[in-house]
Design a protein around this ligand. Structure first.
Ligand code: ADP
Ligand code: MG
Length: 397
């Protein structure tokens, strides 16, 4: 397993601890936080540092201000919400430059157990370029660096990778949890090990499929990408989503699964619709009966049941990608049904991917899963078997 230092391996007492969090929370137009789960996920690390008499200096990005200070991307609302959640003061350094005199002063004035939050790191052009200058300025504020932002771990930026060059470093509890659960699944899963893959396009998920096919016992495929696979098997798919240039790849993947003895399950029935909208004519048909003028927007009931039976046999189940256009009520049933089967499973259930996580949340089953990754893109790269630079940059034990 990964041999990175964790927050428990470093000295905290009296130290200035710079923590990279993922406070990239959704907000409405008025600047109200609409979902604070990412802030909540950061609490264990922050509270640990407070309890151990450290000084907590927090940083994060928010949205895409493109290297400029833009009011609507200020972290001020996050500072307020965090203060509520921690039930203590959070000193917000509202400096367009993120680092500089105000930040130095705020940090110099800190007592043990106090919390400072810096301004949005993406107000600086150097952040996404992983500029040494900016990384060094951040590092100079502190004695140690803790990375707890799993959501950006697949990016090499100044505030998560660059800064680790200049300070002793460790991972926080959130990253630890993410890589403990998902790392075990990828390297040493309890079997049967299965993956459920869906979402819109095969092309988004090629690397995920190719990596998982080497590891799993069973692969269930739904979502928009199923039609490229169905076409590869010779079915007529009407107006469904298709990537013609990926049909050959789908054939190769089917062959590979066969050769490796991986059971690859494709839908046997689908919900087809006249148009890509909720209020349109729709019906369930068998896959050899997809009308020319209709498009598949969900897996059918028979498929949901078959997938459900399969899921209940699994000891480790990874799910990425909704089974249908779950944003539309009429085409959400397949995704809901898979979520329910996952919730019933007594195995380890892991959800990765932004839309998949929100689909599970929508049906109120988040609590029933072993792990829902907080990183959309990062969890995908993890499933692809890639090394995440934000984790790689941290000191080894
Ligand atoms: P994740 O964010 O979990 O990785 P993706 O972004 O790959 O998932 O896919 C989610 C999107 O796939 C959803 O917006 C959903 O509407 C779309 N989708 C699922 N099934 C279909 C389908 N049959 N046709 C078109 N789009 C689909
Ligand atoms: Mg998505």
């Amino acid at each position: 397993m990964l041999n990175k230092k964790t927050i428990e391996d470093i000295k905290i007492d009296g130290k200035k601890v710079l923590v990279r969090c993922d406070f990239n929370v959704p907000m409405d137009d008025a600047g109200n936080i609409t979902d604070d789960r990412r802030i909540q996920s950061a609490l264990p690390t922050i509270e640990y540092i407070i309890k151990n008499n450290g000084k907590v200096i927090l940083m994060s990005h928010l949205g895409r201000p493109k290297g400029e200070a833009k009011k609507e991307f200020s972290l001020e609302p996050v500072a307020k919400r965090l203060a509520n959640l921690l039930n203590r003061e959070v000193i917000f350094v509202d400096n367009d430059n993120v680092t500089g005199e105000d930040a130095n002063k705020a940090v110099d004035d800190m007592e043990k157990g106090e919390v400072v939050l810096l301004q949005n790191t993406r107000f600086r052009k150097g952040e996404k370029k992983n500029a040494k200058e900016f990384a060094k300025e951040l590092a100079e504020l502190a004695d140690v660096f803790v990375n707890d932002a799993f959501g950006t771990a697949h990016r090499a930026h100044a505030s998560n990778v660059g800064v680790a060059e200049f300070l002793p470093s460790a991972i926080g509890y959130l990253i630890k949890k993410e890589i403990d659960v998902m790392g075990k699944a990828m390297s040493n899963p309890e079997r049967p090990f299965m993956a459920i893959l869906g979402g819109a396009k095969v092309s988004d998920k090629i690397d995920v499929i190719e990596n998982l096919i080497e590891k799993v016992d069973t692969l269930l495929i739904g979502g928009g990408m199923m039609f490229t696979f169905l076409k590869a098997k010779g079915y007529e798919i009407g107006n469904s989503l298709i990537e013609d240039d990926k049909v050959n790849l789908a054939k190769e993947l089917i062959d590979k699964a066969n050769k490796k003895g991986v059971e690859l399950l494709l839908p046997t029935d689908v919900v087809v619709a006249k148009e890509f909208k909720n209020d349109t004519e729709y019906k369930t048909v068998s896959i050899d009966n997809i009308p020319k003028d209709m498009m598949g927007l969900d897996i059918g009931k028979k498929t949901s049941d078959a997938f459900g039976d399969e899921i209940l046999k699994g000891k480790t189940i990874i799910w990425n990608g909704p089974m249908g256009v779950f944003e539309m009520e009429n085409f959400a049933k397949g995704t809901e049904s898979v979520a329910k089967s996952m919730a019933k499973s007594e195995g380890t259930t892991i959800i990765g991917g932004g839309d998949s996580a929100s689909a599970v949340d929508k049906v109120g089953l988040s609590d029933k899963m072993t792990h829902i990754s907080t990183g959309g893109g990062a969890s995908l790269e993890f499933f692809e078997g890639k090394v995440l630079p934000g984790i790689d940059a941290i000191d080894n034990k």
